[in-house]
Design a protein around this ligand. Structure first.
Ligand code: ZN
Length: 112
């Protein structure tokens, strides 16, 4: 009979959301990906310095990980289109990109 066994134990730490001040939370606050990465690296560093039971080598078992998403390089909107060049007009710059490309894509559409 098959059973499920727990392995690869790890502790996952998530950074505090912007707008979360501990005693009050304000919605709609944003933080850039670079600021979020720096925030996470700072937390990882503090864990390495203050928490016992970590490996003694390398990054001491504390790493910052992330997921990657395709976004518009102009406005940061989620990428929703199969084309790698045009995101359906998410912003003015996206439309300008499309106009400048124009005929090139009409002749050889993106394989995606
Ligand atoms: Zn855009």
């Amino acid at each position: 009979m098959r059973s499920i066994q727990k392995r690869n134990f790890r502790v996952v730490v998530e950074p505090r959301d912007p707008g979360d001040f501990g005693f009050v939370r304000i919605g709609g606050q944003t933080i850039s990906p670079n600021e979020r990465e720096r925030q996470c690296e700072k937390i990882a560093s503090e864990i390495r310095h203050h928490v016992g039971g970590l490996p003694s080598y390398g990054n001491r078992g504390v790493s910052v990980e992330w997921d990657e998403f395709a976004v518009c390089r102009h406005c940061g909107a989620d990428w929703t289109e199969p084309s790698e060049l045009y995101n359906g007009g998410c912003c003015q710059e996206d439309n300008v990109d499309r106009e400048q490309r124009g005929t090139a894509e009409a002749i050889s559409p993106s394989p995606t």
